[in-house]
Every structure is written in structure tokens, then in C-alpha cells.
Design a protein around this ligand. Sequence first.
Ligand SMILES: Cc1cc2nc3c(=O)[nH]c(=O)nc-3n(C[C@H](O)[C@H](O)[C@H](O)COP(=O)(O)O)c2cc1C
Length: 205
Amino acid sequence: MAFSSKPKIAIIIGSTRDSRFAEKPANWVLEQGQKRDDLDFELVDIRDFNLPFFNEVASNAWVPTQDENAVAWQKKLDEFDGYVFVTSEYNRSIPASLKNALDQAYVEWNKKPGAVVSYGSVGGTRAAEHLRTIMIELQMAPVRAGVHIGGSEFMKVSPMGANGPISDIEDAIGASASAMFDGLAWWAEATRHGREQDEKQKEAA
Ligand SMILES: Cc1cc2nc3c(=O)[nH]c(=O)nc-3n(C[C@H](O)[C@H](O)[C@H](O)COP(=O)(O)O)c2cc1C
């Protein structure tokens, strides 16, 4: 069946430190996404939500969340049909800020796709694989194709290297970004349909 609106995708900025590089790839993902006519995109910055470290008695699958900032975060996530996580690699995993933000919701992530844009010396791939495993526990559909900025490409755009614009490495990462968006679009439509069927079954029960 056809939906009247395009799936809404949040581009989540995983690193929250003052001097983060993350905004550069996140803004590039937004620019590329906006060229597509099958998905709508919005940047979502974890920093804006002032999340505490997780301090609830359980996930919101079991007990309603008490912290008002965490509730605001959940409400924001609920607006979307899928997510692109822009993640750095800290000590071979995702930054604590992103892990905490993932833990602060549960039902809002369920049955939606998640794609990964990562960066680091080896493309942030170790963080990306951790993130995909976390997505499984959150009942998400990890998208196979992702963008991984590593090695000499990372040095061309990172402040640790030449600090050029992401457009300098578009030849290297453009095709992966297209494949990532294609996968995201397919899964966002499929899971949106599935969630709607779930709702109908609940109403009929
Ligand atoms: C605490 C910390 C740990 C890091 N660990 C890794 C790592 O395991 N692998 C890697 O490729 N880069 C690592 N780096 C370098 C980051 O890739 C680089 O600093 C990147 O810009 C961090 O992303 P951000 O600026 O968006 O926070 C680490 C950086 C920090 C601050």
C-alpha cells in the first residue's frame, strides 16, 4: 500500500564534545539526503537534549521513563521512521554519549531501520559493528550499506589532518551513501507498513 507522506529519517549526531568533527559529516549526509525525493531528513543533535546518564528503574518497554529530558528525547525519536547514526569511534566502540542516548529509549527504536555513517583511522568500522549489534537488541533493522570514512580520506577532512570539506572525498564515499539511502528507504517503507499492520491488529483485538 502507498503512504501519503515520505518516511522521515533522523540524522543523529553521536559525538557531543565541544570540538567534535561529527557535525561536518552529519551536515554532508543531510545535504545528500535532501537531494532524494523518497525520504525526508532532519538533523537531531543529542547535545540539545541534555540527557543524564541512564538512571531509570527499567527501559520504557517495562516502566514509563521519569526523567523529563529522556522523555523529550523519546518523543523526538518517535517522530521518525528510521535513523542515520553519525558515529565516531572511541576506543574501538561508539562514544558513550551515543550509547547513553540509545539506552534512553526502547519502544521508539523498535521495528525501524538504522544506517551508519562512521569515521576514524579504519573508518570507524569497529564502532559501526558494535552499533549494528546494539540495533539488533533494540529490535531495529540495521542497514547493510554504510559510509565509513577512514585512512587517507579521513585525514583529508578531519581537523587532525587537512581539515578539508567532505566534498573533497565524495568520489570515495558517494556511491556508499547512495546505497545506504536506498537500503534505508526500502526498510523504512517496509517497517512502516509492518508497524501499521501491528496497530490494526491491536485495534481489532
Ligand atoms: C577518547 C577517544 C578515543 C578514540 N579512539 C579511537 C579509536 O578507537 N579508533 C579511531 O579510529 N579513532 C579514535 N579516536 C580518534 C577519533 O577518531 C577522532 O578524534 C574523531 O575526530 C572523533 O570524533 P568526534 O570529533 O566527532 O568526537 C579517539 C578519540 C578520542 C577522543
